[in-house]
Design a binder for this molecule. Structure first.
Ligand SMILES: *Cc1c(COP(=O)(O)O)cnc(C)c1O
Length: 366
């Protein structure tokens, strides 16, 4: 048998049609592409952390229910006993296990542009993925279009990132509530960037049975740990828990995350610093001729470049040693758009300098 016959006889059509999610190689570059927190821990905190790891029993399986960490997460979010929490190996894993639980013919709905994994994982599972365009200009929800699509397709799950990635804005709270009320399926509010936004739907959980709130520690400053969680109605969490692999949160992550949460003030300070620097970068971007930066409630900024120049500018910035994210290839509302993560002040300045140089080059070529 030839290789291609083997592939087509073994793998699902959806899988054969997909491309793997590509992570850019950032070696030797200032990394402003992936919404990571740029700050490491002070030495004394690192020492305390290593101390907590010393007694970790790597010969044993992790606590399958991550009881201590779950308790900490409950306490931090002031969750009442009426809700349950499920932990995932990153919130990506939670999205995956939620979608794995759906019927093969189910529809999944999210605004477009949105977080790519919603579509990637839906496509992989052969689900009917619907991306409903956001309003041009504000990137807010097109409420009539969303409600019409919900009525028509009755999606099993709706994902709303709050703030949204890659646009950075918070959708209108009233629109989200209308969507939750109209939907007969689940509505997942993905709060990956909540620490930078100071806004959350956790307080709405008691009002809506079909509402779930998902969070991650990745953008907060612990991307290397791979830890996300979802909060909601126990009957729904119970179903998801059946699909979860028993030891999905490894021992080192359980201990390290619990330790990190005990140093919450450190993360709060870093978050405040990042938000202050976001305001500086936003202002400096908008002072550049030909650049439109969009207001952001997250730790990144989406900005529009002159027509058909985004990829050239992206490559020029990379050549100057700074890696950001090129979104222009996704087309639609993201045509000509690039996204930069807020880093340390000197990294942000290196990015702005590189962008200025590349814009000057563009102008001199005209
Ligand atoms: C980054 C991101 C995630 C993924 O987070 P992990 O916990 O690292 O898997 C989920 N949702 C949105 C909107 C994101 O931007």
């Amino acid at each position: 048998m030839t290789q291609s016959v083997i592939l087509t006889s073994v793998f699902r059509e959806e899988v054969l049609a997909m491309a793997a999610y590509k992570v850019a190689d950032a070696q030797g570059l200032i990394k402003l592409d992936a919404m990571e927190n740029p700050y490491n821990w002070p030495e004394d905190i690192k020492k305390d952390w290593l101390e907590t790891l010393k007694d970790c029993q790597l010969n044993r399986y992790p606590d399958a229910d991550a009881r201590q960490l779950t308790q900490t997460i409950r306490r931090l979010n002031q969750l009442s006993g009426q809700f349950d929490v499920l932990l995932g190996n990153g919130s990506d894993e939670i999205i995956q296990l939620l979608l794995m639980a759906l019927p093969a013919t189910a529809s999944v709905l999210a605004p477009a542009p949105g977080f790519v994994m919603y579509k990637q994982l839906s496509d992989c599972l052969g689900l009917n993925y619907l991306g409903i365009p956001l309003l041009a200009g504000t990137f807010d929800l097109d409420l009539p279009a969303m409600l019409a699509a919900i009525e028509r397709h009755q999606p099993s799950v709706i994902f709303l990132a709050y703030p949204n990635n890659p646009t950075g804005n918070l959708f209108s709270e009233a629109s989200i509530q209308d969507i939750i009320k109209t939907a007969k399926g689940l509505v997942v509010i993905d709060e990956a960037y909540a620490p930078f936004a100071g806004a959350s739907f956790i307080n709405f959980l008691a009002q809506y049975d079909n509402l779930l709130v998902m969070r991650t520690v990745s953008k907060l400053g612990l991307a290397g740990l791979r830890l996300g969680y979802i909060i909601g109605n126990p009957a729904i969490i119970e179903q998801l828990n059946k699909i979860r692999l028993p030891y999905n949160i490894n021992s080192l992550t359980q201990i390290s995350a619990d330790f990190a949460f005990s140093n919450k003030t450190l993360f709060d300070q870093q978050t405040q610093k990042i938000c202050a620097d976001r305001a500086t970068v936003f202002q400096q971007l908008n002072e550049l001729e030909g650049i439109t930066a969009y207001p952001s409630a997250a730790n990144f900024i989406l900005f529009r470049t002159p027509e058909n120049k985004a990829t050239g500018i992206f490559l020029s910035i990379k050549k100057q040693g700074v890696l950001i994210k090129n979104l222009s290839g996704q087309g639609g509302l993201l045509s000509d758009c690039l996204r930069v993560t807020i880093g340390k002040p000197e990294e942000n300045q290196a990015f702005l300098t590189a962008l200025r140089t590349s814009l000057a080059q563009l102008n001199s070529m005209q």
